[in-house]
Ligand binder design. Structure first.
Ligand code: ASP
Ligand code: MG
Length: 310
């Protein structure tokens, strides 16, 4: 267990910047829900704890607990619930609170909170291209909406935004790595003035649920959206593994046990239709729209990794 760092955090309460951020947060939530409903998406309530949650591809502290002799985990993402719910509901979204007890080295990235909300989207029979197109509509749409609805807040924050135009640039992971090295995400994010996609991420860089490209073994049919101006990662998503044999193979490739995801594996064994989806971190989006140096400025009670928080 790492030592807890008790340092002063930025105190957002009492700052005018917080009021502006919360107004923009309100615009984000109402715009996304109205827009998604208008194109046939159904909102499902969030899942706060369950027997199976996202294994993630990086280490975080454990959040499992026992309740009447059964083990549960606090939600790291609703990925499995999305994939199962969409089998019956076709097109879904949720504002999902996630707890990821990140390590203290993430405290100064400016974009990590150990408790945050993502708008999580999933669509039955959709492809990665469909989801890229939807995400581009949402990102362009929210920038335009905030420019209109939050003119005064943007003025007070001295923030100017460009409405990004479809299609956003797509860069293959392999090419970005070859050209800019391991830190390509930050380097590219700082260089760019519009959001861009990183696609075709290698299989070992992501969780087992992102679908391996049947025409490009070892690479995934997934995508990450990166904000420009150094704001970093915005979205991750992709097509899902849906065939049980493939799912089990990918779980074992990760050195994980199917028992860890029991209810999901059982549901997948009964047969799944293909789906695709993505998640947009709401606090990261609001931070980008506000142009803040630190994500903790957007929320009244931020949970900064490694720091004591109320
Ligand atoms: N919600 C997912 C995650 O946190 C993103 C996705 O839909 O793939 O990884
Ligand atoms: Mg993921």
């Amino acid at each position: 267990m790492e030592e807890l760092i008790i340092k002063e955090t930025i105190e957002p309460l009492g700052k005018e910047t917080l009021r502006a951020a919360l107004k923009i947060n309100g615009t984000v939530r109402s715009y996304f829900s109205t827009f998604l409903r208008s194109i046939g998406y159904l909102e499902i309530p969030p899942v706060i704890y369950s027997t199976a949650t996202d294994p993630l591809n990086h280490p975080v502290f454990d959040t499992t607990f026992e309740y009447y002799g059964r083990k549960y985990s606090i939600t790291k993402s609703m990925i499995f619930h999305k994939q199962i719910a969409v089998q019956h509901l076709d097109k879904i979204f949720t504002f999902s609170p996630n707890v990821r007890l990140e390590t203290a080295d993430k405290a100064s990235t400016g974009r990590h909170l150990s408790e945050f909300t993502q708008i999580d989207i999933e669509c039955l029979r959709a492809t990665r291209d469909d989801m890229i197109s939807l995400a581009e509509d949402m990102i362009s749409g929210i920038v335009a909406e905030v420019e209109e609805k939050n003119y005064h807040e943007l003025l007070s924050l001295k923030r100017t935004l460009n409405i990004p135009r479809k299609p956003f640039l797509r860069i293959k992971y392999k090419d970005a790595l070859g050209k800019y090295g391991k830190n390509f995400e930050n380097v590219l994010s700082a260089k760019m003035s519009d959001p861009f996609w990183i696609i075709d991420i290698p299989i070992n860089e992501r969780e087992f649920y992102d679908r391996e490209d049947p025409n490009n073994a070892g690479y995934l049919l997934d995508m990450d959206l990166i904000y420009p101006e150094g704001f970093g990662e915005a979205i991750s998503g992709g097509e899902r593994e849906f065939e049980i044999n493939k799912i089990l193979q990918r779980v074992s490739l990760k050195g994980q046990s199917p028992d860890q995801f029991k209810w999901f594996i059982e549901a997948a064994s009964r047969g799944l239709l293909p789906s695709a989806g993505f998640g947009i971190g709401i606090e990261r989006l609001v931070r980008y729209l506000c142009g803040f140096p630190k994500i903790e400025m957007v929320t009244p009670f931020p949970k900064v990794p490694g720091k004591y928080s109320i």
